[in-house]
Design a protein around this ligand. Structure first.
Ligand SMILES: Cc1ncc(COP(=O)(O)O)c(CN[C@@H]2CONC2=O)c1O
Length: 491
């Protein structure tokens, strides 16, 4: 008989699924957890800390750092979330509060929702929205896109995990991932018991990717008996911000063809490119579509996009999509089945995907405001990336590649030997130790390079450049003062 004294929990840390225990996700790991604790202390009136607020630079979460949402998006959402505003009785009021193109768009989306924003949608996502995504892709690339090859997802994360789960049939299956990488990939590979097959980006070449490195990494894994089936490319890169050239991308597509690898193209930062003349964004869909026929018609490609990034930044709405090219029709049936098990992607996220891919066009009433807001956010991101890049490079023993894209900088820090010894004494990795000391001294929360992967005996950290522009002087000054004091302490 059970009694409170000998009662054993059904689920314990020891008997839980070990694959879950093995998952690491640094973006919301030790540093982020400690930052939340410190934030709670500040809210409780603790005045003993060296700072008055936490600055979350650990996560690409623009609206957490006061980025204003796009007005048109929120106006359309408001009308959809409360359709009574569009009733015959209330329409005159709505017409006083909302531009005509907002009302029209809300009515159109409402119609595609069958008038029920709270209902489950089609498992693949609302067809009218998938058609808009296909039109967006076709206009972007100059090649056709099929709405039935598109799946709307609850964030790009959901789509990435769905495809990885299908790929990893057993613990010998390997997936090539960049190092440094966004830890969704290593976390998901650990969860599904797949084998990460690392290829290193070249920090000395603006984090460029070398297909010789791809070949060596692949051959080493296959020689060890790993069944390598896919290659992940994050372009623009997270945490490293590099943008691939067309030539490099064509080499990658050829590499996938020669080695029969599925290409997973994570393109969530496709509109976050800050040198658009020198390094414009090219999608892998476009590159593959322009390849020679045997490559174009064979290489399996899944491309991912999201509403969390760009100038949209609607992370919490959880919206995104993936497009499949050249996948086996019977695999596509399984993709659909798994989407059905999850019932449907978040409808609010689907609506934001629709607004992201089909924003106000020139001539629309809302176009001037939309263009002003979108361009304003883009230019500010570009300015802040450059300011923080310069600030990091002004710091002793710090070197930082520019952010060609995305939302992050990933500086390298040559830590003094005494700091490394102190870190080891504290039971911390050196760059974890550095980031913890930064948090304690400034309230700025960044993520150690160890959370993304890095070459041995190199130390990095990742910071977003998202703090509000008007606070940037103070933000930079705090980081510079901390770093100078840290280097003096451990000189
Ligand atoms: C490369 C990459 N892919 C996918 C995602 C997932 O996006 P969804 O929000 O659509 O699921 C992220 C999120 N970026 C994380 C979250 O914020 N900071 C990061 O590094 C990302 O950086």
């Amino acid at each position: 008989m059970a009694s409170s004294s000998n009662y054993t929990k059904a689920l314990t840390y020891e008997n839980m699924n070990a694959k879950v225990r093995n998952v690491q996700y640094a973006v919301r790991g030790e540093l982020a957890i400690k930052a939340e604790d410190l934030k709670a202390k500040l809210q409780q009136g603790d005045t003993s800390l060296a700072f008055k607020q936490i600055v979350n630079c650990n996560i690409g979460n623009p609206q957490q750092l006061q980025q204003k949402p796009i007005t048109f998006f929120r106006q359309v959402l408001a009308l959809i979330e409360y359709p009574d505003l569009l009733s015959e009785e209330n329409l005159p009021l709505a017409q006083k509060l909302f531009p005509a193109d907002v009302i029209q768009r809300a009515q159109d989306i409402n119609q595609s929702l069958g008038g029920a924003v709270g209902a489950y949608s089609h498992s693949q996502g609302i067809r009218a929205i998938r058609e808009h995504v296909a039109q967006f892709i076709a206009a972007r690339d100059g090649y056709p896109s099929d709405p039935d090859s598109i799946y709307l997802t609850t964030g790009a994360s959901g789509g990435v995990q769905q495809i990885l789960q299908m790929l990893i049939a057993n613990s010998q299956v390997g997936v090539m991932i960049p190092i440094p990488q966004y830890p969704l990939y290593t976390a998901s590979l650990a969860l599904y018991d797949g084998r990460p097959v690392p290829y290193y980006l070249d920090e000395s070449n603006d984090w460029g990717m070398d297909t010789n490195e791809l070949q060596q990494s692949l051959q080493k894994a296959r020689d060890q008996g790993v069944d390598v089936r896919a290659l992940v490319i994050i372009n623009p890169g997270n945490p490293t911000g590099q943008c691939l050239t067309k030539e490099n991308m064509m080499e990658v597509v050829e590499f996938c063809y020669q080695n029969q690898l599925m290409l997973l193209a994570d393109e969530v930062y496709q509109t976050n490119t800050y040198f658009p003349q020198q390094l414009p964004f090219h999608s892998f869909k476009k590159i593959l579509s322009s390849a020679r026929p045997e490559v174009r018609d064979q290489v399996e490609l899944v491309s991912f996009h999201s509403i969390s990034k760009g100038v949209v930044g609607e992370c919490g709405r959880r919206g995104g999509y993936f497009e499949c090219v050249n996948l086996d029709p019977r695999v596509m049936e399984q993709v659909y089945k798994m989407a059905s098990v999850a019932l449907c992607p978040n409808v609010s996220g689907q609506i934001l995907v629709d607004l992201m891919v089909k924003p106000p066009q020139e001539g629309d009433i809302s176009y001037p405001l939309y263009q002003q807001e979108a361009q304003g956010i883009y230019e500010s991101l570009k300015r802040r990336s450059q300011r923080l890049h310069e600030a990091f490079n002004s710091m002793e023993n710090v070197s930082c590649n520019p952010a060609q894209g995305a939302m992050y900088l990933f500086p390298s820090v040559k830590l003094p030997t005494k700091a490394i010894i102190a870190a080891e004494a504290a039971g911390k990795k050196p760059d974890d130790f550095y980031c913890l000391r930064m948090l304690d001294a400034t309230g700025v929360c960044v993520i150690p390079g160890s959370g993304f992967g890095q070459k041995d005996n190199t130390y990095h950290f990742r910071s977003t450049f998202l703090p509000p522009e008007q606070l940037f002087d103070d933000f930079i000054a705090k980081l510079q003062a901390f770093h100078s004091e840290f280097m003096d302490t451990y000189r």
